[in-house]
Every structure is written in structure tokens, then in C-alpha cells.
Design a protein around this ligand. Structure first.
Ligand code: GDP
Length: 393
């Protein structure tokens, strides 16, 4: 069986097991390495070639995609990862790095339960680090921290172990100060910690990573890493402690699955009647409940046309359903229902609650629309621009 058909089969098998799903975003200040990290994860999961990850920049360049003959959707990729003897479906949604797209970041955050915040070890936390953290926390999305470009501390800045440790601890401290400031009145502590395994370090460019649990598992500590990096043995470093394993293990262990996340998040992100059957169905990720689908992104596919991507909070999406689109009159009929597998959309017969789905047929939907089988309070109110009415005289 080809790797691709194997992935398709794995993803389909996992979409009915919400405990094994993680819906996540990678969020960062521009140039801190979000794209390079994403490529690493895809390569590690076998979705793109190991050799070119880091150079491919799968998340941003369409031309490059065409040259490689595969379509990586700009916004969404899914992958599978084996952790703790279980396979996991990891759906990654892209978040725009620019401050002006604040609305889009919020929307992307609403569809996920965990956000990996990437910070450049040399630059430290920057203004957009603060913005994305605030957006994640406001949406009840749990953060973890990946400190990137650690190779630069070793090879370029020639820092010794103590200097490096001091710098990395300062980054963690700054990020935690931001988190503390934004969650002062919470009873939950979402600061990140090396000991708990919610912080990882590494180099997305050279594809190696390390965390406290990975050090225990591989026996590689910072001393070994400094030695190999200084000796320019980066391939060895990658093979001994691959970044994608370290980061995806952290995702599976520390980010909540939809069943854990939705009971807590629905009351935060949805302003409708908390006592209604619909609210209950969303809290409990009920695949037999009414359909509630929040659209985060609309993209164009040369073959399928307009594709609406978003999070299924309740019910099960199926081809042929007539669904209400918030802010518009009447319903739209679902033409096809799919999942992202790798960066490509694969049509399936149904997508149950807890997943990120990619569907066609929602001609009235825009990014931010709430799509549902019963009329309901939308996640966000959107002003639809009405088309000019042309009357014949
Ligand atoms: P994004 O804007 O956050 O998506 O950042 P990119 O992934 O596009 O990376 C920005 C620049 O930093 C590119 O030139 C990358 O090659 C470089 N870069 C990314 N990760 C690393 C790293 O771990 N080490 C070094 N030295 N450079 C990196």
C-alpha cells in the first residue's frame, strides 16, 4: 500500500475516536520559524520528503507546491503520530502571523484546543508572541512553548552551556509572565514548564529537538547537543533526537483532545443558551446531535471549487444535508464532505464532531460563519454585504 493510501486509511480510522484527536495551531511572531517547523512535522509524519523539509516551506508557497506536484493547503494539514502505543490524528490549522489579521487568528484559535507558541531563542518573546498568546488564552486554548533556532546560540553566538541555559530560562520566564498576566483570575495554571514537558527546544532548520521527556527517552542532554552542533554533525543530531517526534509527543501528551476541551471551551466561546440541548451536544462532542460546524477558512480548489474548512463541534456532517448558514436566509446543501490528510483534501462519507472538516456546497458561507442543522445563536455575528438589487423597469 502506498504511504498516501495508508495515511488516508489511518485518518479515516481515527476520526471516530475523539480521544485520539488533537486540533492545534502553531502561532508565532513573524520569522520565528512557524513554517519551517510545520514542514518538519509533515516530514516526520511521512507526508513530505525528509530531505527537503525546511526548504519547502509547505505552508506558504503555492508555486513551490506545484513544482513538487503535491497540494499542501495553505491553511490546514493533518497528520498521524504514534504516541503511547496509540495512533493520533493531529489537525493543524495555520494562523496568520500578522497583527492586522487579528480576526483571522481568533477564528483559527476557536477551531483548535492547543497552540504551540514558537519563539526565536535569539530574539525572545516579541509583540506578536504576546498577541497570539492573548488570542489563544481568550479562546480557552492551551499553550505550549517551542524555543526555536537554538542552533544559532551554539554555532553563531558561541554560547556555552551556562549562558545558553540562562538565555532559554529568560525566554520561558518572559512567556510565563505574559501568560500569568493574561490569566490572573483563573483557577487553572497554564504557565509552561520544562519539568512538566510543556517546553521544547530545538532547531527547525536542522530538524533536531529536545525536551525533558525526550532527554529521558534518548539519553541526549544539552551537553551532547552542543558537542554535535559545534562539530557540525547536524544530521546525526537529527537522527538521534528528531524534532518532529519531540514536538508531536508534546502535542499528544499536553494538548487536550476534543472530549476534554469542549465541555470547558463551549461556555467560553459560544454565547447561546447554556442549558439548551444544543449546548449539551456541543459540550459532549455528540456525533448524534444536531450539526454545528464553525467555518474558519474558505479556499479555492481548482477541481472542487470553494472549500469551507472548520471545526465540527456537534453532530456529523454528511453529503446532501441542508444546513443553515448564520447571517443568511435559507439553507445550503452540502455537496461533499472531506478531511485534510497530509495537505490534501480527501472526500469521505461523513465527518463526526471533534474533527476539522473540509466541505463543498456552502455557497453562502464565509470565514466565521456558523453552519448548523437547526437555526442557532452563531459563534460570531457577521455582517454579510448584501448584493445590489437590480430592478428592471
Ligand atoms: P515564519 O515566518 O515563522 O513562518 O518563519 P520561517 O519558518 O519562514 O523562518 C524564517 C527564517 O528563519 C527562514 O529564513 C528560516 O530558514 C529561518 N529559520 C527557521 N528555523 C530556524 C532554525 O531553527 N535555525 C536557524 N538558524 N534558522 C531558522
Amino acid at each position: 500500500m502506498s504511504r498516501r493510501s495508508q495515511i488516508v486509511e489511518e485518518c479515516e480510522g481515527l476520526m471516530d475516536q475523539p480521544e485520539q484527536i488533537r486540533n492545534i495551531a502553531i502561532a508565532a511572531h513573524v520569522d520565528h520559524g512557524k513554517t519551517t517547523l510545520t514542514d518538519n512535522l509533515l516530514a516526520g509524519a511521512g507526508m513530505i520528503s525528509e530531505d527537503t523539509a525546511g526548504e519547502q516551506l509547505a505552508m506558504d508557497t503555492e508555486e513551490d507546491e506545484q513544482e513538487r506536484g503535491i497540494t499542501i493547503d495553505a491553511a490546514n494539514v493533518s497528520m498521524t503520530h504514534e504516541y503511547d502505543e496509540k495512533n493520533h490524528l493531529i489537525n493543524l490549522i495555520d494562523t496568520p502571523g500578522h497583527v492586522d489579521f487579528g480576526g483571522d487568528v481568533t477564528r483559527a484559535m476557536r477551531a483548535v484546543d492547543g497552540a504551540m507558541v514558537v519563539v526565536d531563542a535569539v530574539e525572545g518573546a516579541m509583540p506578536q508572541t504576546e498577541t497570539v498568546l492573548r488570542q489563544a488564552l481568550r479562546e480557552g486554548v492551551k499553550p505550549t512553548l517551542f524555543i526555536n533556532k537554538v542552533d544559532r546560540l551554539i554555532s553563531e553566538l558561541q554560547e556555552g552551556p551556562e549562558e545558553m541555559q540562562e538565555r532559554l530560562l529568560a525566554v520561558i520566564h518572559d512567556v510565563n509572565e505574559l501568560i500569568r498576566g493574561m490569566t490572573e483570575d483563573w483557577d487553572r495554571d497554564w504557565t509552561v514548564s520544562v519539568d512538566e514537558g510543556t517546553v521544547a527546544f530545538g532547531s527547525a532548520l536542522y530538524k533536531w529537538g529536545v525536551s525533558k521527556p525526550s532527554m529521558v527517552a534518548t539519553g541526549m542532554d544539552f551537553g551532547d547537543i552542543i558537542d554535535l552542533e559545534r562539530a557540525d554533525k547536524r544530521q546525526e543530531l537529527h537522527e538521534q533526537t528528531p524534532l518532529s517526534d519531540v514536538v508531536l509527543d508534546m502535542v499528544c501528551e499536553h494538548f487536550p483532545n476534543p472530549v476534554d476541551a469542549q465541555p470547558r471551551r463551549i461556555p467560553t466561546v459560544w454565547r447561546g443558551d447554556a442549558d439548551s440541548e444544543l449546548a449539551e451536544s456541543m459540550r459532549f462532542v455528540d456525533e448524534d446531535g444536531e450539526v454545528v460546524f464553525m467555518v474558519t477558512d474558505i479556499s479555492m480548489d481548482p477541481h472542487a471549487g470553494e472549500i469551507a474548512t472548520g471545526r465540527v463541534f456537534s453532530g456529523t456532517l454528511e453529503e446532501g444535508q441542508d444546513l443553515y448558514v448564520s447571517g443568511t436566509a435559507g439553507t445550503n446543501r452540502l455537496q461533499s464532505v472531506g478531511l485534510f490528510m497530509g495537505g490534501e483534501r480527501e472526500e469521505v462519507s461523513r465527518v463526526p464532531a471533534g474533527n476539522i472538516a473540509a466541505v463543498t456546497g456552502l455557497k453562502d458561507a464565509i470565514a466565521g460563519s456558523t453552519v448548523s442543522s437547526v437555526e442557532m445563536t452563531p459563534f460570531e455575528s457577521i455582517e454579510h454585504l448584501s448584493e445590489p438589487v437590480i430592478t428592471k423597469s
